[in-house]
Design a protein around this ligand. Structure first.
Ligand SMILES: *Cc1c(COP(=O)(O)O)cnc(C)c1O
Length: 350
């Protein structure tokens, strides 16, 4: 069997904590991709994509699913399907859909956004209730609430399921749709011992990423009711996201869902080990509570975040300074236990 080093990648000598999107498909995943049965998915004839979509729908106990090229597209399709131009979307101020999707809510859906100051990316039912506009012709029509679990900019924080249930009630009482940006939902599920079925029963639509911690090279899946996904398929075409023989990618996704979910717990443990070594250092300020595979810490004293990031890089460790005072480490399946130990040894020497 081919080893990772044989793929000839220059960054492999580095330990890469920049994102969980940097993973390389494992040899077994590559094998699954090579064996994939493929067809033209715009004609609905790619067996691997059809299999991935039914697998996701049944996993979540939802009716239907749609394979998308990216999490951004899958979120944007969902937002466009849930809203009319001039409507308003409620979300946390740190949401990926607001911060990191190029202004897509305005550009693609023509919708306005109501930003809430949540706790590390998580909002609550009373906050949502207060943000709903009255039925008044002056006001944008509130039509959608979008949650993110885990919350990326919140340092991988997880919702309590009870809080989501309370938000669902507010949505029901006010006729609002509820979307989940679940780019890292599986990290939350593994950590909180929750199930896909629970989430499928409570959200109108869910977007999951195959290309984050799950380790597939490309792809996201949007999951929802039959009619919603039918509409979503039209919007995916409009956005240029109808792919042809993309079953090679779907096969990687199927492999990831079957083999890479439980192992996420390892990434969480690794994040906590690194956190424990950082706590002791005088140049480390506040560390956002580590709940899953993301570790965000404040740099103070003799280093700025960009300085520390440069020092780490010289020693073979890549980590992004996400602000002048904060560094982010993201754990994933291409960081081994021995690389985590190497990282800890280095931190202790600084
Ligand atoms: C990465 C990410 C996405 C989607 O990202 P793509 O790079 O477009 O696949 C969406 N939401 C969150 C929270 C993310 O971290």
């Amino acid at each position: 069997m081919t080893k990772k080093a044989d793929f000839g990648l220059s960054s492999l000598s580095m330990i890469d904590y920049r994102s969980d999107t940097v993973t390389q498909p494992t040899p077994m995943m590559r094998e699954a991709m090579m064996q994939a049965k493929i067809g033209d998915d715009v004609f609905g004839e790619d067996p691997s994509i059809n299999e991935l979509e039914s697998l996701c729908a049944s996993l979540f106990g939802m009716e239907s699913a749609l394979f998308c090229p990216s999490g951004t597209m899958s979120n944007q399709i969902a937002i466009k399907c849930h809203t009319q131009p001039g409507d308003e979307v409620i979300c946390d101020v740190l949401s990926h859909i607001y911060l990191y999707e190029g202004g897509g809510i305005a550009a693609n859906a023509g919708s306005s956004v109501r930003l809430l100051q949540g706790d590390r990316g998580r909002i609550t039912a009373p906050m949502v209730k207060d943000a709903i506009n009255p039925d008044d012709i002056h006001k944008p029509r509130t039509s959608l609430v979008s949650l993110e679990n885990t919350a990326n900019r919140g340092g991988g924080s997880c919702y309590n399921f009870n809080d989501i249930q309370s938000i669902r009630e507010v949505c029901n009482n006010n006729g609002l749709g509820l979307h989940l940006d679940g780019a890292r939902l599986f990290n939350a599920l593994v950590e909180k011992k929750e199930t896909t079925q629970q989430y499928g029963a409570i959200f109108d639509s869910i977007s999951i990423c195959l290309s984050k911690g799950l380790g597939a090279p490309v792809g996201s899946v949007l999951i929802g009711k039959t009619n919603f996904i039918k509409k979503a398929k039209r919007v995916r075409k409009l956005f240029g996201g109808g792919m042809r023989q993309a079953g090679f990618l779907a096969a990687a996704g199927i492999y990831a869902l079957k083999h890479h979910v439980e192992r996420l717990a390892e990434d969480h443990m690794h994040a906590r080990l690194i956190e424990a070594s950082l706590i002791k250092k005088d140049f480390v300020g506040t560390i956002l509570p580590v709940e899953t595979n993301i570790l965000i810490f404040e740099v103070k004293g003799r280093y700025t975040a960009p300085m520390l990031s440069a020092i780490l890089k010289e020693k073979g460790i890549l980590a992004i300074a996400i602000s002048p005072t904060q560094i982010r480490f993201v754990l994933h399946l291409d960081v081994s236990a021995s690389q985590v130990q190497q990282t800890i040894d280095l931190i202790e020497s600084l």
